[in-house]
Structures are given as C-alpha cells and as structure tokens.
Design a binder for this molecule. Structure first.
Ligand code: IMP
Ligand code: MG
Length: 338
C-alpha cells in the first residue's frame, strides 16, 4: 500500500546519463534542468564521480551531492550509491559556506559506506585497472558479500531519506554506459549500474520514466587506463589540443584522459542499449576552436570541412541507422551558459 501511494505522488521521472566513458558534461546539463524539478537524485557510484557546474559564473564541484542542491531542490543519494562520510561532510561544509542549503540533501539508509580499508585495498590492488582509488570496488564487493556497513548504521539520522519522492523527479547518472559493470569494457569499468534503468533502484516504477536524456561529447575520452578504448592518440597534435582546450583531465584524479575522435558506431550501440530518447552532444565548440571535424564510422575516420557538415552527417547517420526510441538530437557548447 505504501509503495502504491508513492507511485501516484510521482508525476514524472526524467533521467540524465552519460553515453560514453564519463566526462561528457552531464553535470552542466542536469544543473541547467534542475530548476524544473522537485527532486534531483543520484542512483549509483560515489566519490569517484566529479560534476563541475557554474552557478552565477562561479565554479562548483561535487562528487556525491546531486546538482539539484544548486537550484535549491531536494536531493536524494539512493540505495545504490556508496558514501565516504568524511568526503560527504567536507562537500556539505563547502556547499554551506558557498551559500547553498545542505539540509536539502538526504541519503538512503541502505547506501553503503566506504571505509579506509576499502580505499587502501583499491590503491594497493586495483591500480592496473585505472580506478580512481576511492575504494569504490571494495565497498561494492563487501555489499555483495553481505558484510558491508550501511548509512543508517554510521550517520546521523538527520541525513536519512524516508523513501519519499513526489512531483517531478530528475535522476542524474554518474559514470556512463561504457563504464557499466554489465555492458562496459570489462574489466575497465566501474562497479555499479550506470544504465538509466538502474534509476528505478530509487524505488519507482519504470513506467514513471519519461525522458531518457543521454549526454555524449563531440569527441571520445576516457579517464584511466583501458587497452580496450579505441586507440588513444596522445601523439596526435590535434587531439592533444582537444585535451588542452577541453580541459580533459580527470576531475577526481587530475589524470590526462585517453582521447580519440567520436566513434559513431559505439555511440549508436550505447543509445540502443540504454533506451535513450534524446541525445545531447556536448563540447562541439572545442572542435570549432581547433577547426578540425572528424568522426569514426566502421573503423574509418571521416573528415568534414565545417561543423555544420559534421552535424548534418551525424543527423543522417541516425536517420539511416534508425533507433525507434531516439527522437531528438541537440548540440551544446562547453562555454554555453544553458
Ligand atoms: P572506479 O570507479 O574508481 O573503480 O574506477 C573504474 C574506472 O571508471 C576507471 O577507469 C575510472 O577512471 C572510471 N571512472 C570512475 N568514475 C568516473 C567518472 O565519474 N568519470 C569518468 N570516469 C570514471
Ligand atoms: Mg563527471
């Protein structure tokens, strides 16, 4: 009975998530959209994520707190997330001193807690996978072994979420399709389900989901090591300029990201797998700044004279390789205040 009345109170759920290897600029999009919602929720990951947003020209970074806090919306960190309490409290202090209201933030009692042992294990044993060293995989492992500690056991009850959602709900994904534990480039993946369907772990019916907004980037990058990532071209001068102009350094680790031209076949597969209804391609202005426009199709690099011809080609590509659930493609610049 309780869950039935909960479903009725939710009007709609929209989801924002990444279609590549993370770092597509999801934070900017969800921050821009948050004002239209009652709740902004995270369903996966922990301090391995890094969202950079600008509010009134000021730069803010969050790792675990949903971007709704900047719009004064209620924020939920769901049961599928993992929490480093020290880092969470530090984020709360920073937000408070910047004038935002941390009492809007609630954490599922069932979210798991990252311990110092998890961090040590990650640093000692998982470096070869290029992890963020935040203790993510060991924490999720203990969760699966049913010996993890959960938020309600160690945190002040004032932070605990009572499971309530109502009105319009925005869910923001952390990491992205190719980092997903089931569908990503295993073992060079993260430990959670980054796919939009996992947003339902927050406790609503899949039938509530309306928009499934996938964010991609006008070129591909991946943070960390990955022999499966389509050849990283650090020795390519044009792609190196993309790294510099696009600021393609890990927001949690500071590492230089692997980089290549946008692989359209991989993007097509990500859209199909994840049920994306709207595609946003971010950071096209970085390509404009270097004046080089390329994509990869069937393993072959295709070059264009102008950004417009590249956009046209991508539109045509998705018309020819039709995906019935995808009905909109839009472009967003890195420097655009949307
Ligand atoms: P872990 O999540 O720390 O275990 O790291 C596993 C892989 O996911 C590594 O390649 C990380 O660089 C990558 N990763 C984890 N979180 C993010 C993120 O928020 N953005 C981009 N890459 C990430
Ligand atoms: Mg990020």
């Amino acid at each position: 009975m309780i869950s039935q009345s909960l479903q009725i109170m939710i009007q709609t759920v929209d989801i924002i998530y990444g279609l590549a290897w993370g770092d597509e600029g999801k934070g900017k999009i969800s921050n821009a959209m948050a004002k239209h919602y009652d709740y902004v929720c995270r369903w996966n990951g922990g301090p391995n994520a890094g969202h950079t947003v600008y509010v009134n020209g000021q730069k803010h970074k969050t790792h675990i707190v949903p971007s709704g806090v900047f719009a004064g919306k209620r924020c939920v960190i769901g049961p599928g997330c993992v929490i480093n309490t020290d880092k969470f409290y530090e984020e709360v202090r920073t937000l408070r001193s910047a004038g935002f209201n941390p009492s809007l933030i609630k954490i599922s009692p069932n979210a798991h807690i990252i311990t110092q042992d998890h961090i040590e294990y990650d640093k000692k044993h998982l470096g070869h996978l290029g992890t963020t060293s935040q203790g993510i995989a060991p924490c999720y492992s203990d969760k699966m072994l049913r010996r993890g500690r959960r938020a309600f056991e160690v945190m002040d009850p004032c932070w605990m979420w009572d499971g309530h959602l109502e009105g319009k709900v925005l869910c923001e994904g952390a990491q992205s399709v190719w980092l997903d534990i089931d569908h990503g480039d295993y073992p060079y993946v993260t430990s959670s389900t980054t796919m939009p369907y996992a947003a339902c772990s927050l406790g609503f019916s899949p039938r509530k989901i309306n928009r499934i907004i996938g964010v991609a980037k006008a070129y591909d990058t991946k943070s960390g090591v990955d022999p499966l990532f389509p050849e990283s071209l650090w020795n390519n001068a044009d792609l190196n300029r993309i790294i510099e102009l696009g600021g393609e350094y890990g927001s949690t680790t500071g590492r230089k990201r692997l980089v290549n031209w946008l692989n359209l076949d991989k993007l097509h597969k990500a859209i199909k797998l994840s049920g994306c209804t709207e595609l946003i391609i971010n950071k096209y202005d970085i390509l404009e700044a270097i004046g080089i426009f390329k994509v990869i199709v069937n393993g072959v690099v295709v070059e264009f004279d102008t950004l417009n011809s590249m956009k046209q080609y991508i539109n045509d590509y998705f018309i020819i390789n039709n995906i019935d659930h995808l009905h909109e493609i839009s472009w967003s610049g890195d420097k655009e205040k949307i």
